[in-house]
Write a protein that binds this ligand. Structure first.
Ligand code: ARG
Ligand code: MN
Ligand code: MN
Ligand code: MN
Length: 319
């Protein structure tokens, strides 16, 4: 199994900048070396350092225009489009994709790119499911956002909630994920508009308070098994975890998911479901505790990639 690491060197979608340095920070701490150990076939699909040196890289993030301005959003649009194209191509080539951020606006591009790639390789009616591990729902539209930060809005793009506007510059030809094929876990900080969307569209959700006393792995497995989905993507916003496991995030919220519960759940999920993309968002190495974020991200990716490799073997033996 070939594994493509795809960087998203953008922090302009967040209120606190710094996430743009996330992918390179992971690499400087040894990510690709550590993942290549044990014979895993892992490579960077794009060099994060080269992207940071480019027109929308470090220099564009030095003096960010105000949130909500066209100039600020243009930075996000450039990165989101690039990510979508890269993901699409790597998926078409059969790779397992790991997207590394970067603020969570990245999901608009990663999930769109995955859907495009899958349509070309598996047919137009492939049903894509999305497991979203986060303290936040990231479901705001331009009308409901309290902050104007695009990292609070990627799912309104993916679910097609605001087709009149196109803040991510991806177009709205198709709904990428049906609202019934989204599953949330870890939510504990929602805006009023998001609460309404989740209720009105009946989105499957395990907010933090509903997980108390439950086994995360079996809870998620049962919910996923009940959804008619062919292929899954998983997006982990590091702030979905308790801040003890990922302190270097711009919007930390107390009382989050336990990392070992998440690892156990991911092991079980990778065993049973056809997951093709895993995302780690919101790593901000300019904040305290970046080394803890790294250790958390690394051990998570090791579990995910070993699961993906195992499933890939089973799939190719069967073929
Ligand atoms: N709900 C808030 C907003 O829309 C915070 C979003 C935080 N999102 C994130 N990906 N950390 O502004
Ligand atoms: Mn979040
Ligand atoms: Mn369905
Ligand atoms: Mn998020």
């Amino acid at each position: 199994l070939q594994v493509a690491l795809i960087p998203y060197v953008c922090g302009a979608g967040a209120q606190t900048p710094g996430c743009e340095q996330g992918p390179l920070d992971f690499e400087l701490r040894g990510l690709s070396d550590a993942l290549q150990a044990s014979g895993r076939d892992v490579w960077w699909s794009v060099d994060p350092e080269a992207l940071l040196a480019g027109p929308y890289g470090s220099s564009a993030h030095r003096d960010l225009p105000p949130l909500g301005s066209d100039e600020r959003n243009e930075i996000v649009v450039w990165h989101v489009r690039g990510l979508a194209d890269r993901v699409e191509e790597d998926v078409r080539n059969g790779a397992f994709v790991v997207t590394l951020g970067g603020d969570h606006s990245m999901a608009a591009g990663s999930i769109t790119g995955l859907a495009r790639g899958l349509k070309k390789t598996m047919g137009a009616d492939v049903r894509l499911g999305l497991l979203w591990l986060d303290a936040h729902a990231d479901l705001n539209t331009l009308a409901t956002t309290p902050s104007k930060a695009l990292h609070g809005m990627p799912l309104s793009q993916v679910l097609g909630l605001d087709v009149a506007h196109d803040p991510f510059g991806l177009g709205h030809d198709a709904v990428v994920v049906a609202p019934s094929h989204l599953l949330y876990a870890g939510l504990r900080d929602l805006d009023p508009g998001e609460v309404d969307f989740i209720r009105d569209m009946n989105i499957h959700s395990f907010p933090m308070r509903d997980l108390v006393g439950k086994d995360l792995a079996s809870t998620l497995i049962a919910a996923m098994a009940a959804m008619d989905v062919d292929v899954w993507a998983i997006s982990l916003d590091l702030d979905g975890l308790d801040p003890a496991f990922a302190p270097a995030v711009g919007t930390p919220v107390a009382g989050g998911l336990n990392h070992s519960d998440v690892l156990q759940a991911l092991r079980a999920i990778m065993d049973r479901f056809d997951v093709r993309l895993f995302e780690v968002a919101e790593h901000n190495p300019t904040l305290k505790g970046a080394g803890v974020n790294y250790q958390t991200a690394l051990s998570t990716l090791q579990v995910v990639l070993d699961g993906a490799t195992q499933r890939f073997k089973i799939r190719s033996d069967a073929a």
